[in-house]
Ligand binder design. Structure first.
Ligand SMILES: [Zn+2]
Length: 354
């Protein structure tokens, strides 16, 4: 263990303390994409129940949904939804008593204005409270040429370090797509990050500030039939070794993120923990974990989803169709799936919150 922190959103040096605790202890935190206050609460409930710290993150689509799909301006909804969710997490993480890394997910070139607008809000928050709103934003320019990817990340990281923020970058390509970012048609070589590219990113970004790296080792967003995804965790080790050797650093200098964790083989998840992975993104599996028990509930209470009062028996169905009854089923499903994730990533029982 590397330290003890106050519960709540961790940023700056505290974020790095938590990250170091993960890497030293060979465990990682699940990063769950949330879309509502209810899904945030489910994640916090699961983390508290399992005595684990956790990463909560929003994709641009999740942030938009948080603000409301019917909101008048979809771009502003993506910005304000993320900011509103962040405020909810700041208040509730303390209440649930765990440390939370607050993040946003993939932002490609088109979404740079989204990140920059969230930074406007982050800077205002920093002025008022002395800490940033988010621990880290992700910038995924992996579809752009390497030089452009890294130099654009450098430009934005310079702005972020002034308010104690970190950045997640992506080199190589995670297969599949996450909320419209990414593509299914990618030639196979790009699915594996090149260690030389990682060294270049290290040299350009580490003098500016802290960054984490989503490296590609055959991982794919979504869940597919077995055999379709060939994970090669040793790719991660190759990058760690090259950077450590060339820059004379101790082992596993890179802070790595595993994208597309849903549906992954358990032994390969465990293997990545030895190679410096501290965060594993999970979305598809928690979506299904939410949906399935809701579906079961609807089927078991068929009448309540057709009539307010049963036409034969006269029984009022108010208790059954109350959204709290069936949304709670979804939350419980998420908590159960996350309990499994905390065990897989060995983070259960390891919260460093005081
Ligand atoms: Zn991803």
């Amino acid at each position: 263990m590397s330290g003890v922190l106050k519960p709540g959103v961790v940023t700056g040096r505290d974020y790095q303390t938590l990250l170091k605790s993960c890497k030293d202890g060979r465990y990682a935190l699940p990063a769950i994409n949330v879309i509502s206050s209810g899904t945030i609460n489910a994640v916090l409930e699961a983390a508290a129940k399992n005595k684990s710290d956790v990463v909560i993150q929003l994709s641009n689509g999740g942030a938009e949904f948080y603000a409301g799909k019917g909101a008048p301006d979809s771009f502003q909804a993506k910005v304000l939804g993320a900011v509103s969710a962040a405020h909810h997490v700041h208040m509730m993480a303390k209440f649930y008593g765990v440390c939370v890394i607050l993040h946003t997910d993939h932002a490609n070139k088109k979404l740079i204005p989204w990140v920059e607008s969230m930074l406007d809000h982050g800077e205002a928050y920093f002025k008022q409270y002395g800490t940033p709103l988010f621990s880290s934003h992700m910038l995924d320019l992996s579809e752009e040429p390497l030089e452009e990817n890294i130099s654009e990340c450098a430009r934005i990281l310079k702005r972020m370090v002034k308010i104690d923020m970190s950045m997640e970058i992506e080199l190589g390509v995670t297969g599949g797509e996450e909320d419209g970012v990414g593509s299914d048609e990618i030639d196979n070589a790009k699915l594996y990050t090149q260690p030389e590219d990682v060294l270049m990113a290290w040299d350009m970004l580490s003098p500016i500030g802290h960054f984490s790296l989503a490296a590609s080792f055959g991982n794919v967003h979504g869940v597919y039939a077995p055999g379709n995804v060939k994970l090669r965790p040793e790719i991660l080790l190759n990058s760690q070794k090259l950077v450590a050797e060339k820059r004379n650093l101790s082992s596993n200098p890179l802070d790595l993120v595993f994208h597309g964790g849903s549906g992954s083989d358990k032994s390969q998840i465990t293997e990545t923990l030895d190679y410096g992975v501290f965060k594993m993104n999970i979305d598809t599996d928690t979506q299904f974990a939410f949906a399935k028990p809701v579906g079961d509930y609807v089927r078991a209470n068929d009448g309540a989803f057709r009539y307010q009062i049963d036409p034969n028996s006269g029984k009022p169905y108010k208790k059954e169709y109350d959204p709290r009854a069936w949304l709670r089923m979804g939350e419980k499903g998420m908590v159960d799936r996350l309990t499994e994730a905390f065990a897989d990533l060995r983070s259960a029982g390891k919260s460093i919150a005081q």
